[in-house]
Design a binder for this molecule. Structure first.
Ligand code: PLP
Length: 393
């Protein structure tokens, strides 16, 4: 018996446990001092009433012989895929319900999609970025090359013809940098992918935070994207489903490589290895995209947006460089006084009790940067920003 040795080559994932350890130590040493948690990328507001009511009544249905549902359709119930298709239509994107696959969240599909690709492909991943892209490809032993996201390119790397990528990851609005591509920039990536015959894996988990109509909410707003891109999206940040679990992946009919339809391959993969998302959760997700649900989730998102605005206004006042915050729940700030990410983390915690995430945890180009999230409650954000003002003014 031989194990997959690629696991031994994975870097240990210490980031959040190291942070939690430092915070525990701080609280034990200074029991009377407040800690302002601005680090974790999880939502804090509960599910909206439209969602919980739909889930309650779906649970009742499951307890009644006449309305009980067993295994559901492989791609997800038509009522949810239709709701997702109309959601796309609301910002001008046409996606057929049958191109949509309902999942238990974007993370699983982002990893599982790699089943469709040969291990011999070269993968292009931005640095810094959501660590799942790197780790899932390391597990499969694929060659990884990086697209440098830097202060000089606003943390939005553009294609470099010299890089010979077969699979390209794009996350926009980005975690951790909050930076979002505009249409011409995304069109460049689509052109590069189509020219090479590469496939783009487009992570749109934060699309609902885009308020600026000049920015694309889906890669399918770009001509030619249906021939080269798979899009991953999630109810997690859009509707507070981080603990409820539901997402969706679009694999266009037009996406073909080596005479094979990636849509048909993904359907084959999912119907073999996945048995769907619970009926109750799919009912809740569909309710999030009902007229009432959309109004309610928009209210929650506006609370996070206002938090982000408060953070940005403070950094503007203090003349601290940052990206994000405008069309994203993440604000990616440059550590003042050229501190490295972890030194700044320790300094900030010690001086103010504010906890963020060291940028170096997201890739080598994150060194010297720091991520703050807008998912905390308003009081925490206000108090944390008052501390920033006091410390850096
Ligand atoms: N993609 C990005 C960029 C994320 O930041 C996250 C979660 O934080 C996910 C995907 C995972 O989302 P889900 O909860 O749908 O699995």
């Amino acid at each position: 018996m031989k194990v997959n040795k690629n696991y031994a080559a994975l870097e240990k994932s210490y980031l959040f446990s190291e942070i939690a350890g430092k915070v525990r130590e701080f609280s034990a040493k200074y029991p009377d001092r407040k800690v302002y948690k601005m680090g974790i990328g999880d939502v804090t507001l509960p599910l909206v009433p439209a969602v919980t009511q739909a889930m309650l009544s779906a649970a009742e249905e499951q307890g009644n012989a006449k309305t009980f549902h067993g295994y559901g359709p492989e791609q997800g119930y038509a009522f949810l895929r239709d709701a997702i298709s109309s959601y796309y239509r609301s910002f001008g994107v046409s996606v057929d319900s049958d191109e949509i696959f309902v999942s238990d969240g974007a993370k699983s599909d982002l990893g599982n999609i790699l089943d469709l690709f040969d291990a011999d492909n070269t993968v292009l991943i931005p640095d810094p970025v959501y660590p799942v892209y790197v780790d899932t490809n390391r597990m499969a032993g694929r060659k990884i090359i990086f697209a440098d996201a830097l202060e000089s390119n606003g943390f939005l790397p553009m294609p470099d013809e010299r890089q010979e990528a077969d699979i390209i990851y794009i996350c926009s609005p980005n975690n951790p940098t909050g930076a979002a591509y505009d249409r011409p920039q995304l069109a460049n990536w689509v052109q590069y992918a189509n020219k090479r015959g590469a496939v783009i894996l487009y992570d749109a988990a934060y699309e609902s935070f885009i308020g600026d109509p000049s920015l694309p909410r889906s890669i399918y707003e770009i001509e030619g994207a249906k021939e080269c891109a798979i899009e991953f999206c999630s109810f997690s940040k859009t509707a507070g489903f981080t603990g409820t679990r539901c997402g969706y992946t679009v694999v266009p009919f037009a996406l073909k490589r080596e005479a094979m339809s990636l849509h048909d391959m993904w359907l084959r993969r999912q119907s073999t290895k996945f048995n769907g998302v619970s009926y109750v959760v799919q009912k809740g997700a569909a309710a999030a995209f009902s007229a009432e649900g959309l109004r309610q989730i928009a209210e929650n998102i506006s609370v996070y947006r206002e938090n982000a605005r408060l953070i940005c206004a403070t950094l503007d006042r203090l003349k601290i460089w940052y990206t994000g915050g405008q069309n994203s729940p993440y604000v990616w700030m440059k550590c003042p006084d050229r501190r490295d990410s972890f030194t700044f983390f320790d300094f900030l915690l010690q001086e103010t009790g504010v906890v963020g995430t060291p940028g170096s945890g997201f890739g080598k180009n994150g060194e010297g940067f720091f991520r703050l999230t807008a998912f905390s409650d308003r009081d925490t954000v206000s108090a944390a920003m008052a501390e920033f003002q006091r410390l850096f003014a």
